[in-house]
Design a protein around this ligand. Structure first.
Ligand code: AMP
Length: 216
C-alpha cells in the first residue's frame, strides 16, 4: 500500500473532498496548503495577511513562503507514517523542492493522483461551493446541499463562500493552473508515479478508483 501520496488537479476538481475520504479511511495526515493559508488568515497572522493578498486575487502565494510552510509540516513526526499532499506542489520549483524535502526525511513520494475534470464542471462546482467557517467541511448548493441552508451538518457552523470562489478569481486560478501546475502531470508521468482518475464521476466512484491506485 502507498502512504506517501499527492493529489493533483485543477481548482474544483474535488481534491479536498477526496483528501478527506483518504484521510479518514487510511489515517494518513492530510497536508493542504490552501487550508493552512486559510487558517493563518483566520488567525490574522503575518503569514495570513501576506497570503490573503495573493489568494483573494486567485494568484499563487510565492514559492519560498509555501515551500517553507510545507518543509516545517513534513518534518513533524506524524509524517513518518506517510503524508497526503493536497494543493502542493503547484509549480515546478515546488515539485523540485518536494523531491529534496522528501529525500531529506527518507520518505519519497510513492503515488501522484491526477483528478481530471472538464473546465465547465469546474466552474459549476466552484461557483456553487459553500464552506463551513468552523470545521472547513465543504458543500455544494445543488450537488451536495447541507440539510439546513447556510448551516454545517457536521458542527452547526456558518457556511460561507470562499473569497476566491468568484468567477473573476476563478478564471485567474484556472489560468494559473494550466500555466504553472498542469506541467507537473508530465513531470510525474516521467517519474512513473502518475495515475489519472476521472473526477467528474460521483464522489464515491472517484474514491473507489483512488483506493485501487493506493492499494495496488
Ligand atoms: P486551495 O484550497 O488548494 O484551492 O488553495 C487556495 C489558494 O491558496 C490558491 O488559489 C493559492 O492562492 C493558495 N495556495 C494553495 N496552495 C498553494 C501552493 N502550493 N502554492 C502557491 N499558492 C498556493
Amino acid at each position: 500500500m502507498k502512504t506517501r501520496i499527492l493529489l493533483l488537479g485543477a481548482p474544483g476538481a474535488g481534491k479536498g473532498s477526496q483528501a478527506k475520504l483518504i484521510k479518514d479511511y487510511y489515517h494518513i495526515p492530510h497536508i493542504s496548503t490552501g487550508d493552512m493559508f486559510r487558517e493563518a488568515i483566520k488567525e490574522g497572522s503575518e503569514l495570513g495577511k501576506l497570503a490573503n493578498t495573493y489568494i483573494s486575487r486567485g494568484d499563487l502565494v510565492p514559492d519560498e513562503v509555501t515551500i517553507g510552510l510545507v518543509k516545517e509540516r513534513l518534518s513533524k513526526s506524524d509524517c513518518k507514517n506517510g503524508y497526503l499532499l493536497d494543493g502542493f506542489p503547484r509549480t515546478l520549483v515546488q515539485a523540485e523542492a518536494l523531491d529534496k524535502l522528501s529525500k531529506d526525511i527518507n520518505q519519497d513520494l510513492q503515488l501522484v493522483i491526477d483528478v481530471d475534470v472538464d473546465d465547465q464542471i469546474l466552474i459549476d462546482r466552484i461557483t456553487g461551493r459553500r464552506v463551513c467557517k468552523k470545521c472547513g467541511s465543504t458543500y455544494h448548493i445543488k450537488n451536495m446541499p447541507s440539510k439546513v441552508e447556510g448551516v454545517c451538518d457536521n458542527c452547526g457552523g456558518e457556511l460561507y463562500i470562499r473569497n476566491d470562489d468568484n468567477l473573476t478569481a476563478f478564471k485567474t486560478r484556472l489560468e494559473n493552473y494550466y500555466k504553472q501546475t498542469a506541467p507537473l502531470i508530465d513531470y510525474y508521468k516521467n517519474k512513473n508515479l502518475l495515475v489519472k482518475v476521472d473526477g467528474s464521476k460521483e464522489l464515491n466512484e472517484v474514491f473507489s478508483s483512488i483506493k485501487k491506485a493506493i492499494e495496488e
